[in-house]
Write a new protein. Structure first.
Length: 459
């Protein structure tokens, strides 16, 4: 057996029929229990996990892990924006650097939760699937449905929504995102998506100004909800943000909406840190643990340095801390199995999507959720929310071989997930430091002559 083929370069160089290897040594968090166990061996063959707890495979390769390494399932980011906005002109999707940054941080599956350029993102997904590009699994979400989409018409009809759902379902999207879609068309989107076996998530509101409260969206049959739980805890006479910053989870109104989510099995994508990037940036969560700015081109780094730090949004700072309290209350109410991880961080040239998953994990633990359940939020919960829990999310025989090797014990300190050493996706092994190093200094325009390429084409 050979180890060298696995630890040198970005990806193992053997052919598809030779994807046979054993990962042995270190410790294992399989997502089923609450403890780390000694890893006696994980046999991977043909991109799948053949056995767990067996240390040999005839004719394969052996990867011996040091004692201080821990294996966890591949992470899911269900609000994984590939978007960047460097000039305040609007977002564009990056399809060259971000895929490697996500994968190099252990994120093996992403749902973009609304794509700026869905055609381009579909092509990226197909290039990755054809092994023409390196990146995580992309469960395409297609365009936003609602006012947030650039060019969305208020006169859009139900028949047009149905036709567009049919179109994108045929092109292989795996779910849809509503943002700014009102109570007339949201049930149309949900019903048509379900006809194709697809899910719908939504950035919803309080019911104020024509928005839809998550409570009412649940009655319509929505599958997942982003950012906040809603209900009577967020009354319709003020905006969702205004009520969210004052929300008290220790009320009957909050208990009712938590129970509604649980009774209907609706997943909640908490995005705990999304608002914190706009606030004071709590040092223990938002402090630098990697030189993220080094992934931008020198030209972009210079632009960002001249621009300086964004001003603090006091409302979003309050929301950041309220969300930590509400997620713990939802967990304590019995909703832990319905919480998913989503980072929701389009970059403005300071932080970089991909690394954000580790901040989100840390925020869950700081909120009071045990590390083992936090890891399940980032793995099996996300898999189940996308309908792929029978294939991914835990390390079990028969599942696809997506796993992450990190240095340290994430159950003792969740920040160990920041030190990713290796990533396996569909049986292919990547050296994480080499993967990240391959895109340093490459994100964004190289100079002013390329500025237009990083601005929306229809602005």
């Amino acid at each position: 057996m050979s180890t060298a083929a696995f630890v040198l370069g970005l990806v193992a160089t053997f052919s598809p029929q030779d994807y046979d290897f054993v990962v042995r040594g270190g410790r294992l968090f399989d997502g089923l229990g609450d403890e780390l166990v000694e890893n006696e061996g994980i046999v991977i063959r043909g991109g799948k996990i053949l056995t767990v707890g067996v240390g040999e495979v005839e004719g394969g390769h052996l990867l011996e892990l040091d004692d201080d390494l821990t294996i966890v399932p591949g992470f899911f980011d269900l609000h994984a924006h590939y978007a960047i906005d460097l000039f305040g002109a609007g977002r564009v999707d990056d399809t060259e650097v971000y895929p490697r940054l996500f994968l190099g941080n252990g994120v093996t599956s992403t749902f973009p939760a609304g794509e700026v350029d869905p055609e381009e993102m579909r092509e990226l997904r197909m290039r990755i699937d054809r092994d023409e590009a390196i990146g995580p699994r992309i469960y395409n979400s297609g365009p936003y449905f609602g006012r947030w989409r650039r060019g969305w018409r208020r006169s859009t009809t139900a028949s047009e929504v149905r036709a567009e759902v049919d179109h994108w379902a045929e092109l292989g999207v795996r779910g849809f995102k509503a943002k700014g879609l009102g109570p007339t068309l949201l049930p149309v989107l949900i019903e048509r998506a379900h006809l194709h076996g697809l899910t719908v998530t939504g950035h919803l509101g309080s019911g104020w100004n024509g928005s839809v409260n998550p409570r009412d969206a649940i009655a319509m049959g929505i599958d997942r909800v982003e950012h906040f739980l809603g209900g009577d805890a967020m009354p319709a006479d003020v905006s969702s943000y205004e009520s969210l910053e004052k929300l008290d989870p220790d009320t009957p109104e909050f208990a009712r909406i938590a129970k509604l989510f649980i009774d209907h099995g609706v997943y909640f994508d908490a995005t705990l840190t999304a608002y914190g990037y706009f606030g004071e940036r709590e040092e223990q969560v938002f402090g630098d643990f990697a030189d993220e700015r080094a992934y931008f081109t020198p030209y972009v780094q210079e632009l960002v340095a001249k621009r300086g730090k964004r001003p603090v949004n006091e409302q979003f700072e309050r929301i950041y801390h309220v969300k930590r309290k509400t997620i713990k209350a939802f967990y304590d109410a019995g909703g832990g199995h319905l919480i998913t991880l989503g980072t929701d961080h389009p970059s403005w040239g300071e932080y970089v999507s991909g690394f954000a998953v580790h901040r989100e994990l840390h925020a869950f633990v700081l909120a009071g959720i045990p590390p083992a359940d936090t890891l399940r939020i980032a793995t099996i919960n996300g898999a189940r929310a996308l309908g792929v829990g029978d294939q991914l999310g835990t390390i079990e025989a028969g599942k696809l071989a997506d796993l992450v090797v990190i240095r340290g014990d994430p159950l003792a300190d969740i920040r160990a997930t920041r030190d990713v050493r290796m990533v396996v996706k569909a049986g292919k092994l990547y050296a994480a430091p080499a993967l990240l190093g391959s895109v340093k200094g490459k994100l964004g325009p190289a100079g002013p002559e390329e500025d237009e390429e990083w601005m929306p084409r229809d602005r």
